[in-house]
Ligand binder design. Structure first.
Ligand code: CU
Length: 127
């Protein structure tokens, strides 16, 4: 019985810490066997439009990136819908994120290749 409680506790703890952390900026995150990505913001996130940039560890034209963002504390009020990142000249993914107001924001990132989802994760931040 005691081990069951420990297991439950650890599961809950893991779930909470994963949620609190979200995806870390400027950190390599694996996408496929040989390709990882890292994201950053071109400037410190603030109210208004801020460009999010995603770099792949090696060029891949067949990978697409999408974002869907909103404020978790007021779901639906600023829902962006699923929007596709554009590519800049260097082949990086870029997308202006519109932070309509201060507070908590969540950006869900998804990557697709040949119509298949490679990865889904969320960036959480406070503006
Ligand atoms: Cu809001």
């Amino acid at each position: 019985m005691k081990s069951l409680f420990v297991a439950l506790f650890l599961t809950v703890l893991t779930a909470f810490s994963a949620r609190a952390d979200g995806l870390k900026a400027k950190t390599d995150i694996a996408l496929t066997d040989g390709v990882s990505f890292n994201y950053s913001f071109v400037e410190k996130p603030k109210v208004g439009d801020v460009i999010m940039k995603i770099k792949l560890s090696k060029p891949s034209d067949s990978i697409q990136a999408f974002a869907e963002y909103d404020m978790p504390s007021m779901r639906g009020h600023h829902a962006s819908g699923k929007v596709a990142f554009k590519r800049n000249r260097a082949g990086d993914f870029v997308l202006p994120i519109h932070f309509a107001m201060p507070g908590d924001w969540e950006i869900k990132l998804t990557f697709e290749q040949d119509g298949k989802e490679l990865f889904a994760g969320a960036v959480e931040l406070n503006i």
